[in-house]
Design a protein around this ligand. Structure first.
Ligand SMILES: Nc1ncnc2c1ncn2[C@@H]1O[C@@H]2COP(=O)(O)O[C@H]2[C@H]1O
Length: 244
């Protein structure tokens, strides 16, 4: 016999399929939605974690969030030097989301409103014609989408600097910019730490363009900017931020 959970899952998916049929959603999109339902159900045994957690008292939610994710967060270089309590506050705001293989998580040029931490699976920073150039593959514990959040808007820095695509199924944490900034109000020291890291990225990006004579000094290998290659300094900053 089906468990209550399975019955709920079926009802949700059937409801969604009926909704898509009513609205004549193309079959291709429908198939992806169904795949998402099935994968999400299989991977985590529920469709919406927050539905379950939101009902609990804060003390229990905190205990669960700390138990599951604090260790991962303490290893993230971007958050090194930040207040522990701030990390816990962040854990409580995270939403979990699954992307399908090939889905774009972030589109270059869009305004960044959230950042991501990879729970499991991988994403690729891509560019070039047909996004065929893979600049870097990021795995569990890596952060992305942080640049457009941490750079100040006056530097034109609130735009996504690259395309990021799910490489296989990608299970991600999402932290909204609004939530991050609400939290940081209470932690001025951590705010300074993150602002400093953001400025480093901005400065590295704004470094003067190379003259032709210096062109051969350009770093070889992966870089992401379709219009402007990253400066060596930017690559160095990335190296530090991404290494976990
Ligand atoms: N060279 C790179 N190495 C690693 N990650 C990158 C690189 N370029 C861009 N990214 C990530 O891709 C993201 C695109 O959105 P953001 O600009 O908000 O934040 C960016 C970084 O997290």
């Amino acid at each position: 016999a089906a468990t209550a959970g399975q019955t709920y899952f079926r009802a949700s998916m059937d409801g969604c399929v009926a909704y898509m049929n009513t609205n004549r959603i193309p079959k291709m999109v429908q198939n992806r939605v169904k795949t998402w339902y099935n994968y999400t159900w299989t991977a985590q045994g529920m469709l919406d974690e927050s539905e379950l957690l939101d009902k609990m008292p804060l003390v229990m939610r905190t205990a669960i969030a700390v138990d599951i994710n604090l260790a991962t967060f303490q290893k993230i270089d971007l958050f090194k030097g930040c207040d522990q309590q701030m990390l816990v506050d962040m854990l409580l705001r995270l939403k979990s989301i699954i992307y399908l293989p090939g889905d774009f998580v972030v589109k270059k040029g869009d305004i960044g409103k959230e950042m991501y931490i990879i729970k499991s699976g991988a994403v690729q920073v891509v560019g070039g014609p047909d996004n065929s150039i893979v600049f870097v593959t990021l795995k569990a514990g890596c952060v992305f989408g942080e640049i457009s959040l941490l750079q100040s808007a006056k530097d034109g820095g609130n735009r996504r600097t690259a395309n990021v695509k799910a490489h296989g199924f990608a299970n991600l944490f999402v932290l909204e910019k609004k939530d991050l900034f609400d939290i940081l109000i209470h932690y001025p020291e951590s705010q300074k730490v993150l602002a400093r890291k953001g400025r480093k990225l901005t400065k590295a990006k704004a470094a003067p363009a190379k003259t032709d004579a210096k062109k051969e000094e350009k770093p070889k290998g992966a870089f992401l900017f379709e219009t402007k290659p990253p400066t060596p300094k930017l690559l160095k900053v990335f190296g530090r931020l991404k290494k976990n």
